[in-house]
Design a protein around this ligand. Structure first.
Ligand code: M6R
Length: 342
């Protein structure tokens, strides 16, 4: 049943190279959904939890590469405080049954919007209520923690970006599954040791790596029960700095790009306040390696590929930390796989 894996979560993490490939294919085979997204100068996204973090990734991708303004809203807020609406609203939901996301989509429809579902479950409620669907094709996700569905949502975002830019990302996208494969075996024992003895963790990143930081922190708290917070790196000095000490490791994602130099400055500021830094960067980054207490190096890749490899790495960090603490990984306390009440 688990093919030799001790938990569904680990099995699902290891399925991700294939899932990424399947989802890219699925987007190419969803012309109705793509038609509702093309030619818009503005899109709205509604989602919850990890799917909301995927929505934030879509915002960076679509704004950076397609020049489309994207508003991302949590389903639970949207229904009661809807923004001015027009055009197409995308609902992202692994299960297709999350009550808050469904209610938000209903509200958008009542305001005359077209709706597109991005979901993993064929025949789910979201697919029956929206105008078009992109099926993620990640296969059933059994673990409560979203892993392969999150990577599939990211793949769909990259596939949509490619479709809206006439294939400009196609070549790069097809290489991502191989890159993910490489991440599955990178040694992270030292980082796991540091995280499992901490009572509080911070995750920081900028641009695409900000939602990746939010998702990494969510995964860590969900299955390890260690308090973890994701921040846009520039925000840490606006309050959270007061919490930094030798007992609060900071996981800093520093991938070369527009914000790279300022990320290095942020890491120096954190070090000066005594917090140990686990830096995630690209192979051969000597400056980052020297700054960090622990340096995890990923294969060299552009940002839109690195966001996939970083996300998988952070899933592993959460999984292996939770495992070392003996947590009930596939069924964390107080949580259900799908939240069907508002
Ligand atoms: O099925 P959905 O994608 O709509 O679920 C949304 C959230 O409940 C879900 O992503 C949750 O945050 C995960 N358990 C996180 O791992």
């Amino acid at each position: 049943r688990l093919g030799g894996f001790p938990h569904y979560m680990q099995k699902e993490i290891f399925e991700q190279p294939q899932v990424f490939y399947n989802t890219l294919q699925a987007v190419r085979e969803s012309p109705d959904a793509l038609d509702l997204l093309r030619g818009r100068d503005r899109l709205t996204i509604v989602a919850c939890g990890s799917s909301y973090h995927a929505g934030l990734l879509y915002k960076y991708l679509l704004e950076m590469y397609c020049g489309v303004a994207v508003l991302v809203e949590q389903g639970s807020e949207f229904k009661y405080y809807p923004p001015p609406l027009s055009g197409t609203v995308i609902g992202i939901s692994q299960s297709g049954e999350t009550a808050d996301t469904l209610a938000a989509l209903k509200m958008a429809q009542s305001r005359g919007c077209k709706t597109v579902a991005v979901t993993n479950v064929v025949g789910s409620t979201i697919t029956r209520m929206t105008d078009a669907t992109i099926h993620l094709r990640a296969g059933p996700e059994m673990s409560v923690a979203a892993t392969k569905s999150f990577i599939a949502q990211l793949a769909a975002g990259l596939g949509i970006t490619d479709a809206l830019t006439d294939g400009s990302h196609a070549e790069e996208n097809t290489r991502i599954n191989v890159r993910i494969e490489e991440i599955l075996t990178i040694p992270i024992t030292e980082a796991v040791g540091l995280c499992s003895s901490a009572s509080s963790l911070f995750y920081i990143g900028r641009g695409l790596f900000y939602p990746a930081a939010l998702e990494g922190a969510l995964k860590m708290k969900e299955i390890s029960y260690i308090h973890a917070e994701g921040y846009a790196a520039g925000e840490l000095k606006h309050g959270p700095f007061a919490l930094l000490s030798g007992e609060t490791p900071v996981i800093a994602i520093a991938i070369p790009g527009a914000a790279y130099p300022v990320m290095l400055s942020n890491i120096k500021e954190i070090k000066a306040r005594g917090a140990p830094v686990i830096a995630i960067g690209l192979a051969g980054d000597i400056e980052l390696a020297e700054l960090a207490d622990i340096f995890i190096e990923l294969p060299k890749a552009p940002e839109s590929t690195a966001v996939a490899t970083v996300s998988v790495l952070l899933q592993r960090l959460a999984y292996e930390t939770a495992d070392s603490l003996g947590r009930d990984i596939d069924k964390p306390r107080n949580l259900a796989k799908s939240v069907t009440v508002e």
